[in-house]
Design a binder for this molecule. Structure first.
Ligand code: HEC
Ligand code: HEC
Length: 190
């Protein structure tokens, strides 16, 4: 009887401690992250050192760059030419008008050049995102926090105006990045 008690009460914590995320689960979670990161709602801004943002997934041809000669320049907000805010006003109002310049409750801008996801493979973005030297100096926990709180990411999943959306929600994406991190950030081909 005592032995059974000991097993019942000691076993669960031990089992919980030994539960780890497998490499396989980590790679599968990363593939779901890639499905989002490679979607035009993200890659239209995550364009790397190309000065112009993209207009893909909006009904134009594939590879369509932002119209009106818009350039982000080194400032990433077009300060040197025509600032993003001229058209992309800072506003929390819903984006409901198709083809109107989308806006968020944040200054619309391009990410740092190193966060280049446009036309990159899953393995390339995976290697980039697990390395603080190429992921804007973030730990995995900080990436998760960004996904949960960034107005850019939030807009990407609910862009309005009839725009297409990446699979899942910000919560799903944050969970998948956590799973990938818990598995030791594996990338296919490691
Ligand atoms: C309007 C442009 C824009 C769009 C669209 C956008 N991002 Fe970003 N993203 C940024 C900027 C700018 C940063 C740099 C961090 C910051 O300034 O908030 C960034 C950084 C990131 C980072 C790294 C965190 C960091 O601290 O730099 C992740 C992860 C990310 N974005 C995910 C996404 C995902 C996923 C989507 C699509 C659902 C997306 N972004 C769409 C502009 C954008
Ligand atoms: C002259 C007005 C104007 C300026 C300036 C401008 N944009 Fe735009 N932008 C637009 C319009 C209009 C759209 C919507 C196009 C559509 O949906 O057909 C748009 C769409 C976008 C998209 C695509 C969003 C999506 O749905 O995937 C991105 C990314 C973007 N702009 C980034 C920028 C950045 C970064 C700057 C500053 C460097 C900037 N824009 C400056 C007018 C402008």
């Amino acid at each position: 009887m005592r032995l059974i008690f000991a097993l019942v009460f000691l076993a669960p914590p031990l089992v919980a401690q030994e539960t780890t995320v497998t490499r396989e689960e980590g790679v599968a979670a990363w593939e779901r992250v890639f499905e989002v990161a490679s979607h035009p709602r993200c890659t239209n801004c995550h364009v790397g050192d190309q000065e112009a943002p993209m207009w893909e997934g909006l009904g134009y041809r594939a590879g369509k760059v932002h119209g009106m000669n818009v350039l982000a320049d080194e400032s990433r907000i077009g300060a040197e030419t025509i600032p993003c805010r001229t058209c992309h006003v800072t506003s929390a109002a819903e984006n409901i008008v198709p083809h109107a310049p989308p806006h968020i409750d944040e200054a619309w801008r391009l990410p740092p050049v190193e966060l280049d996801w446009l036309d990159k493979t899953s393995a390339e973005i995976c290697a980039q995102m697990r390395n603080p030297e190429t992921n804007d100096d973030n730990t995995i926990a900080e990436l998760v926090e960004h996904i949960e709180t960034s107005a850019f990411v939030g807009w990407g999943f609910v862009p309005g105006g009839g725009r297409s959306v990446p699979p899942g929600t910000t919560t799903d994406l944050a969970r998948d990045v956590s799973i990938w991190g818990a598995a030791g950030t594996p990338c296919a081909g490691d």
